[in-house]
Design a protein around this ligand. Structure first.
Ligand SMILES: Nc1ncnc2c1ncn2[C@@H]1O[C@H](COP(=O)(O)OP(=O)(O)OP(=O)(O)O)[C@@H](O)[C@H]1O
Ligand SMILES: [Mg+2]
Length: 153
């Protein structure tokens, strides 16, 4: 599916809409739910993460974890309908990673294996090899205007 976004707020709202869909879908039992974000510098990956995190009840301001690789946040989804699906939200940025194996030392396998985690990864194409098969891929592209983005998922 392709949608157009004409400003950052729209991109955040789109991400929030995706959270609703994910929470409404049957939970995984085997591993973390992973969203892989791809797109050029400034395409809007972090902006997307901001909207996504807010919809999971996370109040913190999302800053890019570029030099930290990942940050962990507790979600505050408490409606029974959500079934406590996800306890932890991870914002990951693998921009400075060269090989998937570099993530092993950081305990990344364990993060991906825990069904209580929802994990958003910027520049995820670099580590495609180690991501679950049912990863949701979201691609953001610059559009014709300064604030236009094309978002595919
Ligand atoms: N429609 C839009 N959607 C998202 N961001 C937009 C849009 N229009 C303008 N912007 C601006 O583009 C920039 C996107 O930056 P952002 O950090 O989200 O990109 P990124 O893909 O994470 O970049 P990086 O590769 O550096 O991590 C922000 O300054 C944002 O305000
Ligand atoms: Mg970013």
């Amino acid at each position: 599916m392709r949608v157009f976004s004409t400003n950052p707020r729209q991109t955040r709202e789109l991400a929030a809409g995706l959270v609703k869909k994910i929470l409404a879908s049957p939970p995984h039992r085997k591993h973390a739910r992973v969203l892989a974000l791809v797109g050029d510098l400034g395409a809007g990956k972090t902006t997307f993460v901001q909207g996504f995190a807010k919809a999971l009840g996370i109040k913190n301001r999302m800053v890019s974890p570029t030099f930290l690789i990942f940050r962990k946040y507790g979600t505050s989804i408490r409606q029974p309908a959500d079934n406590f699906q996800f306890r932890y939200f991870y914002h990951v940025d693998v921009y400075i990673i060269q090989k998937s194996s570099e993530l092993n030392a950081l305990g990344f396998k364990k993060i991906l294996s825990d069904p209580q985690n929802i994990v958003l990864i910027e520049w995820a194409d670099k580590i495609k090899r180690i991501l679950p098969k049912d990863t949701i891929w979201v691609r953001l592209e610059h559009g014709r205007h300064e604030k236009e983005r094309r978002i595919y998922f």
